[in-house]
Design a protein around this ligand. Structure first.
Ligand code: AQP
Length: 325
């Protein structure tokens, strides 16, 4: 069975972008693959985060993973820091990656831009992400569009390692959805919807109720020419809404555009469709938050299984690089 791995950073509440760009695929992939999904808490440390908040968000992340429909009987769900080999392999891979490669990462440039101090971990983040993936010998990595470049670097690191130290790592493929790979902020359609950017009206949380969704969609920024057309470059706000409607109704943005003439009608139907799309997630999460033991049991079992795979890969990589076993 092909293996699938992906991770999500518990740096804040999950939003529609997380769901549409990644989690939806994770659920679809779990049936036909050996799937491992991880709450990547070590990645959340790359920027300032309150310890108590991180703990809460990591637990909430696990709740949300179960609430979106991941089945712990089928997929392995765990927390990154519970498997020490992530940090251990990251060091080995940092010692194969170059400053030039890491400096090219656009996410680093964007996050470091304008900051007085930048954590070393933010810079080396892509090596840790490569370790996350390569530890499990993943064939496919379902991610949103913003992670493409990191995936490309992971492939380069794996190929270079294999060439220098012997064939060890599977070189993974990115699996990016055709529609919804980059959900934009509803108030600032020139930038992606993000957990850590404060944009209360521009961000739809996966647990938002129908009234909140309705308010945010109705206030979404579009344009003034009134032309119903999918054109992400010239009409980013409207195109974002068309893409979301396409995801919610399993069609294409162009088909959605053909069904509407007025922006107001599209917004009304989109708000309803999104509320319906997220309804089961909201309902399951409401039950799960009151069952912390169930959630912790899932994470404990997941870490155990993940550790078995990760420790075998790490041992081979360490030995290949010359560390005494
Ligand atoms: N806006 C988005 N559209 C489509 N996909 C998205 N993803 C994130 N935002 C969007 C995808 O969700 C998965 C988990 O991402 P993450 O939470 O680990 O990190 P991120 O990509 O850095 O997400 P955020 O929300 O922007 O977090 P912060 O603000 O903390 O950096 C990934 O597959 C990602 O592509």
């Amino acid at each position: 069975m092909p293996r699938v791995f992906s991770g999500v950073k518990p740096s804040g509440d999950f939003h529609l972008g997380t769901y549409v760009g990644a989690l939806r695929q994770w659920v679809a992939e779990q049936e036909r693959n050996d799937a491992l999904y991880c709450v990547v808490d070590l990645h959340a440390l790359t920027e300032e985060i309150d310890p108590a908040y991180l703990r809460t968000m990591s637990f909430n992340a696990a709740v949300n993973l179960l609430a979106v429909g991941l089945d712990p009987e089928v997929a392995t769900i765990f927390v990154q820091s519970h498997v020490a080999e992530h940090a251990r392999l990251a060091w080995l891979l940092e010692c194969t990656a170059t400053m030039g490669e890491l400096r090219r990462m656009t996410q680093f440039k964007a996050k470091a831009h304008g900051q007085e101090t930048v954590r070393v971990g933010l810079f080396t983040y892509p090596a840790l992400m490569a370790a996350d993936i390569l530890l499990y010998q993943a064939d496919r990595v379902p991610v949103g569009d913003d992670q493409r470049q990191h995936l490309e670097l992971t492939r380069e690191i794996a190929q270079r390692f294999n060439a220098r130290y012997g064939e060890l790592f599977v070189v993974p493929e990115a699996a990016v959805p055709a529609i919804g790979a980059r959900v934009m902020d509803l108030q600032h359609p020139d930038r992606k919807m993000s957990k850590s950017v404060d944009s209360p009206l521009g961000t739809i949380g996966v647990l938002d109720d129908p009234a909140q969704i309705d308010r945010k969609v109705k206030k979404a920024v579009t344009d003034t020419d009134g032309e119903m057309r999918y054109d992400p470059e010239k009409k980013p706000g409207l195109s974002n809404l068309l893409a979301l409607m396409a995801v919610a109704t399993q069609s294409t943005p162009e088909e959605v555009a053909a069904r509407y003439t007025r922006y107001g009608d599209l917004k009304r139907d989109l708000a309803e469709a999104l509320a319906e799309l997220l309804r089961p997630v909201r309902e399951r999460a409401a039950v799960l938050v009151d069952e912390p033991d169930t959630v912790h049991d899932v994470l404990r079992a997941g870490a155990e299984r993940a550790r078995a795979i990760a420790s075998a890969t790490y041992a081979r990589a360490a030995e290949a690089m010359g560390l005494l076993s």
